[in-house]
Design a protein around this ligand. Structure first.
Ligand code: C5P
Length: 254
């Protein structure tokens, strides 16, 4: 990795200063955490796969008119993205009951919801990312009501599109998390999709077997974590040509 100024280190990514103003470099690590950092580990090759998967999905979303931060992939583990002011909200879209929703209401995982649910969580590790309502978000000034309308409508469009895309490769999109950021263009503020979309922040189940193909394999010690991420990339048709053998630690590979 070339020497550059590190701006931020998150649990799965590092953000470096970009080569031109208004850009930053997103470096994808193999580190995995769960339960707000209580469980830590490494998923070999995850960074390489998530870099590719997120690139692929962000480009597809841009094709249907969703504004995203993605500019271009730089190498195996890095992508150039637009610098945004992150809105401190995690937007979770759910199609099927799983995870914390199943737990909170003691409902069986796998039950389809009559309609998709959008939830908001305040991004604050020290508070365990508490769930918040639109009222909290607007009252505390994290986003305005029109910002939230835009975030909600983009999230539902993303959900519709990704649900179809994954169905086409035999995967059910159970739920996922999105983050949005603000950019300014000629004094105009715009909200764009930021962060990443990958098996780290989506629940993906095989359509036929219901086998989990996402970070729940790590969270729940199900084994076969690397293989699951590889299988998602393979079905998307983006497993690097040289194959998974090239994944581990391929920091410098272009
Ligand atoms: O844990 P929970 O069921 O609320 O997660 C819903 C979805 O949001 C899952 O796909 C999970 O991977 C994602 N998520 C995330 N980051 C968080 C919390 C949830 O990516 N901090």
């Amino acid at each position: 990795m070339a020497k550059r100024r590190q701006l931020y280190e998150g649990k799965a990514k590092v953000i470096f200063e970009g080569p031109e103003p208004g850009t930053v470099v997103q470096y994808f690590k193999d580190d995995a955490t769960a339960f707000n950092n209580k469980k830590k580990g490494t998923i070999t090759g995850k960074g390489v796969l998530n870099n590719r998967i997120s690139e692929y999905l962000m480009l597809k979303l841009a094709d249907i008119g969703i504004p995203t931060h993605f500019v271009r992939r730089l190498n195996m583990r890095e992508q150039l993205v637009r610098e945004v002011e992150i809105i401190p909200i995690e937007v979770v879209v759910r199609n099927i009951i799983a995870g914390s929703l199943a737990k909170r209401f003691d409902m069986p995982e796998g039950t389809p919801l009559p309609r998709s649910i959008v939830e908001y969580y305040y991004k604050a590790d020290e508070l365990d990312d508490p769930m918040v309502s639109e009222e909290h978000i607007t009252a505390f000034g994290w986003a305005t009501p029109p910002d939230l309308d835009e975030i909600m409508s983009m999230s539902l469009r993303i959900n519709d599109f990704l649900t179809g895309l994954f169905l086409g490769i035999g995967i059910r999109l159970i739920d996922f998390k999105l983050e949005f950021g603000r950019v300014w263009e000629e004094e105009q503020m715009r909200i764009i999709l930021a962060d990443e979309i990958s098996p780290d922040n989506c629940r993906l189940w095989d359509m036929n077997t219901n086998e989990k193909m996402d970070k729940d394999r790590f969270r729940r010690d199900l084994g076969g974590v690397e293989e699951a991420y590889q299988e998602v990339a393979r079905r998307l048709g983006i497993l690097p040509e040289s194959g998974p053998g090239d994944m581990p630690g391929s920091d410098t590979m272009q």
